[in-house]
Design a binder for this molecule. Structure first.
Ligand SMILES: *Cc1c(COP(=O)(O)O)cnc(C)c1O
Length: 427
């Protein structure tokens, strides 16, 4: 396989764009090779500038549940384009999308549309702070909620009670109001609520974690979060930017039967276009301007093209829910992967939930960030590079989710397994 044109473009890109990319993980730094530049995509396949073809397991990091360039989505977007791109005024499609979202996700009575997951989570905590009149939030180590200042924090030397920024430019004064807990750890949460009585506005969590690789909640963990937040007058925020419409029509909250106060959505709801949302009970959502005093706005919020793609996507999901079949195909892929790794005596723990999974190169069950980071990232890099050279496009980090779409046929999955066997032999 040749990567000449991608290399040339990468050199050119680095002259004009910091690091040559518009989102860091795309640079392949964590897997020790240069990024490939994508020219086009269709169904389950990516085509790069050097005319290499890959079976894609990134799916744009989650949005593409129907694969690339879905015909129905193209058709609806094409029609919509001729009506104008953006008006900065209310539209019928916004109402239609909001109605669809609240019909599918019962905890969402009212919803506001934004352009990125970062905006959704950033405003969700602003709203929680305004509603509870408290400053602090609790987040979990390894959960990602976009790049707003409040989320770019790590444990300080004082353990659970002091957080410091992970990025220069984030104020200590902001970071100190974000408390950190280990995922799946009830004791951490109890301790924080005891130490910071009446100060915690919200707990924000990915109900199934996707950003340290896939990590599932232990039995009862999400229910515990719902109870302890209620008892303490705090809100529970489910960040379902990945899991919303991915695990089912009502997301992880439908699967685990837990009702959060606020939900954030993104990725799938835009059908591949920039669109995200946050929603919840009317009483909370009505605090938003112009109904209430909490400010939030966006020039392209509820953009008609993105809304149209979102509506088409959700309608397709409602008409013919693909979730059982997606899960079955994903199970087949991960079970066969396990067999291959076993055959070559490679330690792997595959964490799977619906159509998302992560093969962690470690021997023990992954339940939180500490156990996830025990995996061998050097093996992952070799695995990644091997797969890329065998026409498979996996996420460029050990700590990301693989996504299966409805466009991935059994033939594609079998071809993937063949490539995996080729690579595993030499790991
Ligand atoms: C992707 C993601 C975000 C951020 O969304 P952007 O659209 O990239 O800003 C937030 N939360 C979770 C769980 C995500 O996976």
């Amino acid at each position: 396989m040749s990567f000449e044109k991608s290399k040339e473009l990468y050199n050119e890109a680095r002259k004009y764009i910091p690091g040559g990319v518009n989102s860091p993980v795309r640079a392949f730094k964590a897997v020790g090779c240069d990024p490939v530049f994508i020219k086009s995509a269709k169904k389950a396949y990516l085509h790069d500038e050097d005319s290499n073809k890959y079976i894609d397991y990134v799916c744009s990091w989650g949005p593409l549940i129907f694969g690339h360039a879905n015909k129905k989505i193209i058709k609806s977007v094409e029609e919509s384009l001729y009506h104008g791109f953006t008006y900065g005024a209310p539209t019928k499609v916004e109402v239609e999308l909001a109605k669809l979202i609240s019909k599918c996700v019962p905890s969402i009575e009212k919803v506001r549309l934004v352009s990125s997951g970062t905006e959704a989570t950033m405003t969700a905590i602003r709203l929680a702070r305004a509603y509870t009149k408290r400053d602090k939030i609790i987040k979990f180590k390894g959960c990602y909620h976009g790049h707003a200042d409040s989320f770019l924090v790590q444990m300080g030397s004082g353990g659970l009670t002091f957080s410091t920024p992970t990025s220069p430019g984030v104020l200590e004064d902001v970071a100190k109001n974000t408390l950190l807990a280990n995922y799946n750890n009830k004791e951490d949460i109890k301790n924080l609520f005891n130490t910071f009585k009446n100060q915690v506005s919200a707990v924000i969590v990915e109900p199934v974690a996707g950003n340290m690789g896939i990590v599932k909640p232990e039995d009862g963990f999400l229910n515990f979060l719902a109870e302890i937040t209620r008892e303490n007058g705090s809100l529970l925020i489910f960040d379902e930017v990945i899991t919303g419409f991915r695990l089912g029509l009502s997301g992880a909250q439908g699967i685990y039967n837990v009702k959060p106060d606020i939900t954030t959505l993104g990725k799938i709801i835009g059908g591949g276009f920039p669109l995200a949302a946050f929603g919840g009970r009317t009483e909370i959502m009505n605090l938003l301007s112009p109904e209430g005093p909490v400010y939030q706005a966006g020039t392209l919020s509820g953009n008609p093209i993105a809304c149209t793609a979102g509506i088409t996507t959700i309608k397709m999901l409602l008409e013919d829910p693909p979730y059982d079949k997606l899960e079955k195909n994903t199970k087949y892929l991960t079970e066969e992967m396990k067999n291959i790794f076993k055959k070559y005596s490679i330690d792997v723990y595959i964490s799977q939930c619906g159509s998302m999974f992560t093969p962690f190169f470690c021997s023990e069950k992954v339940i939180d960030l500490d156990s996830a980071t025990k995996s061998n990232t050097q093996i992952y890099s070799k695995f990644f590079q091997g797969l890329l050279n065998n026409g498979i496009y996996p996420p460029a980090s050990q700590f990301e989710a693989w996504f299966v779409s409805t466009a991935h046929s059994l033939k594609d999955i079998d071809a993937t397994l063949e490539a995996i066997e080729n690579v595993a032999k030499n790991l």
